[in-house]
Design a protein around this ligand. Structure first.
Ligand code: BEZ
Ligand code: FE
Length: 304
């Protein structure tokens, strides 16, 4: 037996783990151990700092509940969720569709169904009404008929329904079905940007980093059609003050929109329009097609 020093401990840990029969588990865990040991050596981690890290992760776990996933929030503010999204976007699909964005913690299954042209807003609380319209196509621009479009957002004060008095009832969210040419339009109010939950350990970290904790104004979108990958994305309003510094790194240039009066093709010319065409990627042969993001059923209360 040889004594373990600051380098040989890594070799020995990896040697013991080499017996892992599942090849992917072996690959992922041994890489994680290598990087963790390198990290500890890099920063010369002290026992006190190690304990502080353990206490932080413990608090993250203790702040998880049926309605809150603090670990996913941690992954979001560290940029890991975005990194996994970006890698998934480019893996195993045939042609590029609309860029994805984070699903976020406020998605709910079985949102109310609306007819094209109706408003997402059931109980208006003010704000600028806009019409969001466009077409759902494949990556080559060919129309996909009757795709299901889920949209959810905050109100003009930056609150999701789940953060309001009666969290049991759904508002500012809904499902639409595009027409036979893939065209859709619905009305909504321009949402306000909002802060990620700052009252837990992840929020404390963000404050310690002197980051603002805000997400720019956005409308979440999920588009689903048979034979295509689910598209989880969001449209971001380009004139939001935090458009360049989203705390969870969800913004891509291709997802930035503006509400414009007099926009050509707006089925509601009396309202400012936002036009966006969603392009879905066909599922490849080895494509699980899975949604990137949290599994909301594990985080959110059952729908009404
Ligand atoms: C959201 O867009 O709803 C969101 C995403 C990540 C963390 C917090 C909120
Ligand atoms: Fe959001």
């Amino acid at each position: 037996m040889s004594d373990l020093d600051r380098d040989s401990i890594t070799v020995e840990a990896l040697r013991q783990m080499a017996s892992t029969p599942d090849p992917r588990l072996r690959e992922v865990v041994t890489a994680a151990v290598r990087h963790l040991h390198d990290f500890a050596r890099d920063v010369n981690l002290t026992p006190d700092e190690w304990l502080t890290g353990i206490a932080f992760l413990t608090a993250v776990g203790q702040n998880c509940s049926a309605v809150r996933q603090e670990f996913i929030l941690l992954s979001d503010v560290l940029g890991l969720s975005r990194l996994v999204n970006v890698m998934h976007d480019h893996a195993g699909r045939e042609a590029a569709g609309t860029e994805t964005s984070l699903l976020g913690p406020f998605f709910r299954e079985q949102a109310p169904e609306f007819q094209l042209g109706e408003s997402l807003i059931r109980h208006p609380t003010g704000g600028m009404e806009v019409c969001l319209f466009g077409q759902v196509t494949d990556a080559d621009g060919k129309a996909i008929p009757h795709a299901e479009i889920d949209a959810w957002q905050t109100n003009a004060e930056g609150l999701y329904d789940l953060q309001m008095g009666d969290a049991g009832s759904m508002d500012m969210r809904g499902r639409f079905r595009a027409d036979a040419e893939g065209r859709f339009h619905f009305r909504t109010v321009r949402p306000l940007g909002y802060s990620i939950p700052m009252d837990g350990p992840v929020g404390r970290l963000v404050k310690d980093q002197r980051r603002h904790g805000m997400r720019p104004s956005h409308i979440h979108i999920l588009v689903q059609a048979t034979g295509f990958r689910d598209l989880v994305t969001a449209l971001y309003f380009g004139d939001d003050p935090n458009i360049e510094s989203d705390t969870v790194f969800g913004v891509s240039r291709s997802l930035v929109v503006m509400a414009e009066p007099g926009l050509a093709g707006n089925p509601r010319p009396d309202l400012p329009g936002v036009r966006y065409d969603f392009r879905l990627s066909r599922r490849g042969a080895n494509d699980s097609g899975g949604r990137v993001g949290a599994d909301p059923s594990r985080m959110m209360p059952a729908a009404e």
